[in-house]
Design a protein around this ligand. Structure first.
Ligand SMILES: [Zn+2]
Length: 83
């Protein structure tokens, strides 16, 4: 009896079981404190707020643009490049 060659081990790796999903809480990013400059009893906003999302949602400052991670709004800084 000819032995059958062993089937090549499939390169598939069993997907790792995901950690249990925690219920999501509506929470402001803990990083927003960076976007305020507290002086005395006043808070000064250091970042532009997203015009779409409104108050409390700050735009990420990139090299050449501001970007809202929440809604995807992007505002280009300086002159617009038309390619
Ligand atoms: Zn937004």
């Amino acid at each position: 009896m000819a032995e059958q060659p062993q089937a090549e081990t499939a390169a598939e790796e069993a997907p790792k079981p995901r950690a249990e999903r925690k219920p999501r809480k509506k929470r402001v990013s803990p990083k927003v404190y960076k976007f305020y400059n507290i002086s005395g009893d006043k808070a000064e906003r250091l970042r532009r707020e997203c015009p779409r999302c409104g108050r409390g949602v700050f735009m990420a400052l990139h090299k050449d643009r501001l970007h809202c991670g929440k809604c995807g709004y992007t505002e280009w800084l300086g002159k617009k490049k038309g390619r």
